[in-house]
Every structure is written in C-alpha cells, then in structure tokens.
Design a protein around this ligand. Sequence first.
Ligand SMILES: NC(=O)c1ccc[n+]([C@@H]2O[C@H](COP(=O)([O-])OP(=O)(O)OC[C@H]3O[C@@H](n4cnc5c(N)ncnc54)[C@H](OP(=O)(O)O)[C@@H]3O)[C@@H](O)[C@H]2O)c1
Length: 295
Amino acid sequence: MVICLKYITTEEIRLWFWCSAEAGSDGLQLQEIEFNHQVSENYQEEMMAGKLDAKVAIITGASSGIGAATAIALAEEGAQVAITARRIERLNEVAQKIEAVGGKALPIVTDISDETQVNSLVRHVHTTLGRIDILVNNAGMAALGTIEDGNPAEWRRQFDLNVLGLLYATHAVVPIFKAQGVGHVVNLSSVAGRITRAGMGVYSATKWGVNAISEALRLEVHKHNIRVTIIEPGLVATEFVDNISDPVAKQALEARFKALTPLQPEDIARAIAYAVTQPPHVNVNEILIRPTQQE
Ligand SMILES: NC(=O)c1ccc[n+]([C@@H]2O[C@H](COP(=O)([O-])OP(=O)(O)OC[C@H]3O[C@@H](n4cnc5c(N)ncnc54)[C@H](OP(=O)(O)O)[C@@H]3O)[C@@H](O)[C@H]2O)c1
C-alpha cells in the first residue's frame, strides 16, 4: 500500500517518487521505488556537478560586451576564466571585477584570427589551469553594407575572425575535451545566422557558417560527452555597432537600436550560464534571444 508521496523540487524540474511502508512486500512496487529513488539521486549529483566550481572556461572576445559579461557570469558560478582579446587594458579591467568578488581570471592577449596565437592560447590555459571544460567562441565583428559597396579586405577579416578563429579554437580544445571525457563548446551566432537582410549578407554568411559548424561538431563529438551550444542574440547594446566601418550601414543599425529597448550583454551572459550549468546529460543545443520589441 502506498502511504506517502514525496516531491523533490528544483527551479526547473520536479521529480517524484513513491515510498511505501509495505514496499518490501510487493516486488513490482519495490522495483519502481528503487528506480525512482536512483533517478532522483543521480539527478541531484548531476545538478551538483553542473555548477562550475573547479571548472575552467576560455572566453574569447572577453574585453567588452557579451564576452566580458559572460566571463563575469561564469566566474560567479565558480569557474576559473581565461579571458582573451587584443586589448590587454580592457581584459585587466574585467579581471579586476572578477577578482574583486573572489573569482579567478587569467587575461591573455590573443588575436583569434591568427591560428598560431590561438594554439598557444589553448596550450597556455591547459598548462596553467590544468584543464579546459568550456570554450565560449564569442569574439566577432560585423562588416555590414551592401555587397556592391563592400570592402573585400574587410570581408576576409570577418571570415578570418568569425569563422576561422572559431574553428581554430575549437580544433585546439576538442582533443583536450576528448581526453577528459567532458567539454562544452558555446558558439556565438546571431539572429543574422537565421535570417538575413539587405546590407547584412556577408555577416549573415559568417553566422550561418557558425551554425553549420556547430551542428556538424555536435554530431561528431556527442558520443564523447562533449556538448555544443549555439547562442543567437538579436540586438545587444555593446561596442559592436561602433566598429562598423560603412557609415550608411552603421546609421541604419543605429536607427534599429534606437527604435527599441535592446538586450544588455548580461541578458546573453545569463543564457550562456544557463546552458553550461545544466547537468551533464543535458545539451542545450540552441538559444535564440531577441529584444521583445525586435521584429
Ligand atoms: N551586439 C549584438 O547586437 C550582437 C548580436 C548578435 C550576435 N553578436 C555576436 O556576439 C559576439 C560578441 O559581440 P559583442 O556584441 O559583445 O561586441 P563587442 O563588444 O564589440 O565585442 C567583440 C569582442 O571581440 C573581440 N575581438 C575583435 N576582434 C578580435 C580579434 N581579432 N581577436 C580577438 N578578439 C577580437 C573584441 O576585443 P578586442 O577588440 O580587445 O580584441 C571584443 O572583446 C560577436 O560574435 C557578435 O557577432 C552580437
């Protein structure tokens, strides 16, 4: 006879199991109790393991915007964060914020579009911090404008950073993840990786590329307990727009920002923290986040 129903509650899920005073007298019921009990115990263990204490994360493009906010968010969850970009003074500012709240940050200057620098970044982090659990491929730029008026040298820089840089870093960490039997790659795509607009073709092409690479990678590595997550933000208030060189494209994007309340970098950082703190059996494959007022 079943005499009590117990609920185990977490933020996102409720597990239940039956317990019975007469469990031992009913073989079928005992099996059910043991199974449910085991599921709940495993789940609790996995939730504990899902926190980032003792984990090491590399965050590229961490000197500003989404990357800086993500570094802080993951450090708040307990991760040691290797933060990388080209501007050392800005990386040091992010590191100071992290250290001020008791976190650990390792700032490293790297041009992510340079394969040799990316390989030495990954080697340095692995040697210094002993492991690598999470790679957030965030460094990116937008060369917006029409194809007719575009600058091929800028297209090349964009592909070198948004696509090849992401590939170099991923290529360097996957063997480490495989040897550890665990790892997580988080790739920054965009709404522009889902839909394109006039004046956004080349940027969109890089982000469609990020989505294709991410899904292929997931299929290649999922059997090794390696997770892959695509993050697709809409308009986020960062320095991103400041770096657009085409004045017409820049003005058009500024007008789109002014017409709504944009996302903040912390909104995206929370989504990344959500993905990387799930229990090991949960792979959040894709998160698309727009400002509420974005079309
Ligand atoms: N803001 C948006 O509306 C939006 C929307 C969708 C997707 N995204 C994506 O989000 C990611 C972050 O952008 P954000 O909005 O946070 O812009 P951001 O503030 O301009 O950040 C870009 C980061 O990339 C770094 N970076 C640029 N070139 C680099 C290079 N060659 N090597 C290493 N690091 C480099 C920059 O640091 P240094 O200059 O110090 O190197 C900076 O830390 C990008 O991939 C972007 O495509 C942004």
